[in-house]
Design a protein around this ligand. Structure first.
Ligand code: SF4
Length: 383
């Protein structure tokens, strides 16, 4: 038998599918909804916490994302936080993150977060440049000074572990525009940066505009250059890259997201939320009425739910683990799968000879200069 779980502790993700306005590029399951629908959804999320027996798991990280969890009014926020605290042993929680839009951060709300044990905030900044913001259709624009003030509010309430998201690869921008965003981000009192390239999904507003030739894709070489500059610049400001798109100051890597990249266990609650428990992968249905019906009947409705066989488990673990700069610990692999990684994937040896994979100190990893083609290398390993 192999040790499927990889780690005995579990993460908890809760998806809140509501926003105050919709951004043109956004592919998450979200909507603008009435208070009544928001309240009903929170009630069902709480029911799902019980139906999935959340209180029976040993949970050490919580992540409330969306959507915009900060768009819930105070009474719904309290209802949700209280329900979580009643079901999770908070003494074991190492990290409790909430995703927020900058404008949702107020002194009262920050105090509320602190009271309920939130110790990490992830702010969707995306860019400090008003033109870039307009191009991606994110609303409303919040400037650098306002973001700085919001972070000060969080700090004053004792929340000092703060991530901001940045976006790059936007048509009509260039390396200098993006680097200005990066440098401004580094002037903030933050511990973590997530930087993702703009992806055009078909069913988003931007995807539609692209199809109708009203929005363009950035030249691939320019996007690669932006990424190269990003990973070159951030270490100068004390941020170490630990994942292809993520950078942290010492001791501030995201413990919850590490569960995804290490393919460890995480429960997922809420419509569209995706979880991995033992060898089961599931994605809750992206349809509120169906989601409610599933909770009522106990017959959960999914967009996807399947039990991974051993080869899928290895493949997912490999793909996710190679996103980490440290790569795959070959001893942990052996312990988890009872098989040497070079037996699991014989092609790794050839890639080491070609210089596309490094093997040192019991880790195999992708060399930094090849991060931008990591997908190509991963495909080479598993094909
Ligand atoms: S990017 Fe964030 S705020 Fe904008 S629509 Fe998506 S979830 Fe809502």
């Amino acid at each position: 038998m192999y040790n499927i779980r990889g780690d005995k502790m579990t993460g908890l993700y809760i998806h809140i599918p509501f926003c105050k306005s919709i951004c043109a590029y956004c592919d998450f399951y979200k909507m603008v909804a009435s208070n009544a629908l928001q309240e009903k959804t929170i009630d069902y999320i709480i029911k799902e916490l019980d139906k999935r027996k959340v209180s029976s798991y040993e949970i050490d990280t919580i992540y409330i994302g969306g959507g915009s969890p900060g768009s819930l009014d105070e009474s719904l926020s309290i209802k949700l936080f209280s329900a979580v605290l009643a079901r999770v042993d908070m003494t074991k929680i190492k990290e409790f993150t909430i995703e927020l839009n900058p404008l949702d951060i107020t002194l009262d709300y920050a105090r509320l977060l602190k009271k309920y044990g939130v110790n990490r905030v992830s702010i969707g900044v995306e860019t400090f440049n008003e033109n870039t913001m307009k191009k991606i259709g994110r609303n409303p624009f919040v400037n650098f000074n306002e973001i700085k003030e919001k972070i000060t509010i969080l700090n004053e309430c004792g929340i000092n572990n703060i991530n901001i998201d940045l976006i790059y690869g936007v048509y009509g921008t260039d390396v200098s525009v993006f680097l200005e965003d990066v440098h401004l981000a580094c002037m903030l009192n933050i511990t973590h940066l997530s930087c993702y390239s703009l992806i055009l999904e078909e069913h988003t507003i931007l995807g539609y505009q692209y199809k109708n030739k009203k929005f363009m894709l950035l030249d691939e070489d320019l996007e690669a250059k932006m990424y190269e500059e990003l990973i070159h610049e951030l270490p100068k400001f004390g941020f170490s890259q630990y994942e292809l798109s993520n950078f942290a100051k010492d001791g501030y890597q995201s413990l919850h997201n590490l569960k995804y990249w290490k393919n460890h266990n995480y429960l997922a609650i809420g419509p569209s939320a995706a979880g991995f428990i033992d060898n089961m992968r599931y994605t809750n249905i992206k349809n509120l009425n169906e989601y409610f019906k599933g909770i009522d009947t106990g017959d959960f409705r999914y967009d996807e739910c399947y039990e991974c066989d051993i080869s899928e488990l290895k493949e997912i673990t490999l793909m996710m683990n190679l996103r980490l700069c440290e790569g795959i610990n070959t001893l942990a692999w052996l312990e988890r799968f009872h098989e040497d990684i070079f037996t699991s994937y014989p092609s790794i040896k050839g890639l080491i000879n070609d210089g596309l994979i490094i093997y040192e100190n019991d880790y195999i990893k992708i060399p930094k200069k090849y991060y931008y083609i990591s997908n190509y290398i991963i495909v080479k390993i598993i094909e």
